[in-house]
Design a protein around this ligand. Sequence first.
Ligand SMILES: N[C@@H](CCC(=O)N[C@@H](CS)C(=O)NCC(=O)O)C(=O)O
Length: 212
Amino acid sequence: MTLKLYSRYRNSAGQRVRIALNLKGVDFDYVAVEEMRSDAYRRINPQGLLPALDIGGRIVGQSTAIIEWLEETYPEPSLFPADPIDRMTARSIAQFIACEIHPIHNHRVRDHLMEDEGWSEEKTMEWYAHWIAKGLTTVETMLAQRPTPSTFCVGETPTVADLYLIPVLGNARWFGFPLDDYPLILGVDKACAELDAFRKAMPDAQPDFPGR
Ligand SMILES: N[C@@H](CCC(=O)N[C@@H](CS)C(=O)NCC(=O)O)C(=O)O
């Protein structure tokens, strides 16, 4: 059974899933969704959000649910550290990014501010910068407080924490947000960039990346 991933090149929640699939070596078909706000896509995923995974005709959204299913179905290599406190820490970083950073500044929020609330692009970008700075400062502090420094967010192999962090950084770069104040985050970014699983999941590696 081939899995089908509904995503888009700049779909950062989808990038988390792409990395997970690549790390686990699971084959999948990439379905590029150009218009996630269309009725046609809502018929596929009633949440109207990307990504969604089609498993033999059953289609489920939400990257965290998908990644948990992947972990349960393809346990190796695990995306969760063996030690329970490390595991909790990896989940905490991932959930902080998924719940406290990403939803506040994502595409539909920015569109709502500009299209319905009349915010200028400049003011909307200030909003974005405010939340991304706050969020990344917190992640940097969490990394600084690790009992032992490590190559990835938690430990010497990639975990869910890294899957969630890397797409946020790509987004920040896309909007010209400087990352120099976050040296520990940049260290993790560099380590991930050396891995094929992360490189193959990047926006510019997707078939729908403009000009590809
Ligand atoms: N919590 C969701 C977030 C999904 C999400 O917000 N995806 C964005 C793209 S990264 C989206 O589909 N936005 C729809 C829109 O902007 O209308 C998940 O983890 O899958």
